[in-house]
Design a protein around this ligand. Structure first.
Ligand SMILES: [Zn+2]
Length: 363
């Protein structure tokens, strides 16, 4: 069992964009009234890198499909990706998954940067990519030759976004981090306490060279306004999850913007439920469902017990989010407690499926 726990911690911390383990509440006395299978679902933000024999049945039980989201990140050797793993898994389960490629700004000073990136993206679109992810390395990590952090509104990237807009390929944007990353984190009940303890390199408060939250968000907003024809899905509630009013202002301002709450359910649960309920009501056509769940270890490296535990963990975590969105049960996610939103079936259908289907132009 100890090995299993260590394994899970490894699985959950390998990628920086993975959430902290979100614990189910201990007092499991309430029940979800609506059957989880009754609403068609898509998890728009997953990282299932390797096959699991349980996946088809698991997704069928949840009446769910998923988008496999690649993340390009810096490694000591250069740029790391999991694209080929995601392509292989999507090929194995074409009815279960869609693909999201990725873009990183490493090499932006090279004269052939744009041509090379567009050629690569063309190939990956042919392989099935329906979306391209840009990650928080823009703004916080990757620097150009002059030593400046590359912001997402950098002119040198614009031809790539023009290309994606022309192709009708959406961009998933994980730009910046939750605002708490720029603040001291002394309270273990802070929903991001665990993550920044495990990943101090992204705790911007401790790295004064990292641009401010406001600088990165302003660059992100400038990029959105410069690209009105690009379909943009802001992952993690656009790093504005601490305040649904701030998300609302952005959705009002930019018609091409959508949001999904992967790894930020704790921030929503931490806000007044009436306010969050009203937010979901008003923006029911602009919110999708995402989790950030996945795996990063090959199936044959895990024992049957470990695989069963992994599946049980996913079941528990998807249930918790379903409970929060569909019921008025009391829920606890990342030490935040609240009453569930009890969204109507119509809103659940949109958030869990229809908004994605319209955005991705799939049936
Ligand atoms: Zn992610």
């Amino acid at each position: 069992m100890k090995n299993t726990i260590i394994l899970f911690l490894t699985i959950l911390t390998i990628f920086a964009c993975k959430p902290k383990v979100e614990k189910a509440k201990e007092d499991n006395t309430t029940t979800v009234s609506l059957d989880k299978n009754s609403i068609k679902k898509v998890d728009v933000h997953t990282h299932y890198e390797f096959n699991r024999d349980y996946l088809p049945k698991f997704f069928e039980d949840w009446n769910m499909k998923g988008v496999l989201v690649d993340v390009a990140h810096h490694t000591p050797e250069g740029v790391g990706r999991s694209w080929s793993e995601y392509v292989a898994l999507q090929k194995k389960h074409p009815d279960l998954f869609w693909l999201c490629s990725s873009l990183i700004g490493a090499g932006i000073d090279n004269p052939d940067f744009v041509d090379k990136e567009i050629a690569r993206l063309k190939k990956e679109i042919e392989q099935g990519a329906k979306m391209v992810k840009v990650w928080k390395n823009f703004g916080m990590i990757t620097k150009d030759k002059s030593g400046k952090f590359i912001q997402i509104d950098d002119e040198r990237l614009q031809p790539i976004f023009d290309f994606l807009a022309a192709e009708g390929i959406a961009v998933m944007a994980h730009i910046a981090e939750p605002i708490q990353a720029w603040r001291p984190l002394d309270d273990p009940k802070n929903p991001h306490y665990g993550y920044y303890n495990e990943h101090p390199e992204y705790h911007a408060y401790k790295h004064p060279e990292i641009p401010t939250y406001e600088t990165i968000i302003a660059a992100r907003d400038n990029w959105i306004s410069k690209n009105p024809d690009l379909k943009i899905l802001c992952a993690h509630m656009g790093s504005m999850s601490h305040d649904v009013n701030m998300i609302a202002e952005h959705l009002d301002k930019y018609d091409n913007l959508y949001v999904e709450p992967a790894a930020r359910f704790g921030d929503l649960v931490g806000q007044d439920e009436e306010k969050v309920r009203a937010f979901f009501g008003k923006y029911q056509d602009r919110i999708m469902f995402g989790t950030d769940f996945g795996n990063h270890i090959q199936q044959d490296s895990l024992s049957a017990t470990e695989l069963a535990a992994e599946r049980a963990y996913l079941e528990e975590e998807y249930t918790l989010r379903w409970q929060y969105l569909s019921s008025k049960d009391s829920v606890e996610i990342r030490s935040q407690k609240s009453e569930g939103l009890g969204l109507s079936e119509e809103i659940l259908q949109k958030v869990y499926y229809q908004n994605f289907a319209d955005f991705f132009e799939v049936e």
